[in-house]
Ligand binder design. Structure first.
Ligand code: ATP
Ligand code: MG
Length: 398
């Protein structure tokens, strides 16, 4: 049974100095705090302060759901580690009392523990080893089943002596890592309903990139349900990415004209080049500096190196392919972690599977592709597709 303890509990967020290398620390912190605020705003009022590479989140509302806040913050990039902690006076008697009460539920069921102390206030009367020794003794006495294991303890009781208060907690949890979304520019993710592209978006967001998404639909060859699936994927990655502007491009006419005017073996590669051209038009309008795809070298015919050369030939901005050197099993592992896998494997058609050639050219030659595209002027259709593109915004608090 959960004990009811009248005690102030806060969340400590650590962002690790390593992440700041070569980066403007102030910008990094400002963006991280902004992202954190947006993520927990709907849970109630909080006071957020920062000191010594730590962000303190102090709930100001009675009903603030700390469990939910921890879950949400676990998906915020830029956070190296986080924990919930009890606030105590900077007085060893209070630290002992709080540790015994606050950690009772945890320590009652644990077998091994150790105590660590971090003393950023060097004026505190006790040194770290002394705090560890004394508090360790108290806890050993109070919780009879406990024994000390300094190498591999189940629980690391941590005491942090800081400027205004001391804090007691049961150790840090690993955060999502990476850089705060918004510190690395804005890029446009080509998002399909497959396994790969949501993972690609997640990986670039982890490096601090703010993401918008573009999806191509070809009704009636692709169904409304297929589009909804992609929107569900967008929702799933939103907690990591922040808000996502989702552009849905009508692609039917273009695909039909490829079919009517180009050699079958080049259908897919020409389609991919036209996708890239449309993506660049939207990217320019939305001030995205790069495109992102879920391609991985050799995975399918359109992802051989020769095919990628042909696709890239129409790209004037960088195309990031964070999965390029990954095996499918590694990609699947991440998609399970971010919970997109089960949606991705739902069997709805993608526009890529419309008019797929029986024998796609595995090693296309750029000049052949360029020649094959000359039979038809796609430019007006590309313009029209951009004009008819629909926008939907995915937000954190949906
Ligand atoms: P995914 O699992 O991401 O669908 P895939 O292995 O099925 O990738 P392709 O279907 O060839 O490979 O697509 C390669 C990449 O092109 C995708 O990762 C995605 O970035 C982009 N893409 C494919 N289809 C679409 C679409 N309908 N809308 C937007 N982007 C798409
Ligand atoms: Mg696909």
């Amino acid at each position: 049974m959960q004990r009811r303890i009248k005690m102030q509990e806060i969340i400590l967020i650590k962002y690790g100095e390593m992440a700041l290398k070569g980066m403007n620390k102030k910008t990094f912190e400002d963006v991280l705090v902004k992202n954190i605020k947006r993520r927990i705003k709907s849970l109630g009022k909080t006071f957020i302060t920062r000191a010594q590479s730590t962000i303190y989140i102090e709930p100001a509302d009675e009903g603030f759901d700390i469990d939910e806040a921890m879950t949400r913050l676990g998906k915020v990039f830029g956070i190296a580690a986080l924990c919930r902690a009890a606030v105590c006076e900077k007085d060893f008697e209070d630290i002992k009392r709080v540790a015994c009460e606050y950690l009772a539920d945890t320590l009652e069921y644990a077998k091994t523990f150790k105590v660590t102390a971090k003393r950023s206030d060097k004026n505190f009367s006790m040194k770290s080893p002394e705090i560890c020794r004394e508090l360790g003794g108290v806890l050993l006495e109070k919780f009879e089943r406990l024994s000390v294991d300094v190498n591999d303890p189940e629980i690391t009781v941590t005491v942090e002596i800081r400027d205004t208060n001391a804090y007691v907690h049961a150790g840090n949890i690993k955060g999502a890592g990476g850089l705060p979304v918004g510190t690395s520019g804005h890029a446009l993710l080509l998002l399909s309903g497959g396994i790969d592209s949501p993972v690609a978006g997640y990986m670039m967001a982890k490096r601090g990139v703010h993401i918008s998404a573009i999806h191509y639909v070809s009704p009636p060859y692709t169904s409304e349900r297929a589009r909804l699936k992609v929107e569900q994927l967008c929702e799933k990655i939103t907690p990591y990415c922040g808000s996502i502007a989702f552009f849905c491009v009508p692609f039917t006419k273009i695909q039909e004209e490829i079919k009517n005017n180009c050699p079958e073996e080049f259908f897919t590669i020409i389609m991919r080049r036209l996708m890239m051209k449309i993506a660049q038009k939207i990217a320019a309008r939305e001030k995205c500096l790069a495109l992102i795809t879920g391609e991985s070298v050799g995975q399918v015919a359109s992802q051989t190196m020769s095919a990628l050369v042909c696709t890239d030939a129409v790209c004037e901005i960088p195309v990031f392919r964070p999965l390029i050197g990954m095996d499918k099993t590694e990609i699947v592992e991440i998609s399970r972690k971010i919970d997109t896998f089960d949606i991705s494997i739902q069997p709805y058609e993608d526009c890529c599977t419309v008019f797929t050639p029986k024998h796609p050219k595995v090693r296309p030659i750029l000049s052949d592709i360029e020649a094959a595209e000359q039979n038809f002027d796609f430019e007006p259709l590309l313009q029209e597709a951009v004009e008819k593109t629909e926008l939907k915004i995915f937000n954190l608090d949906m």
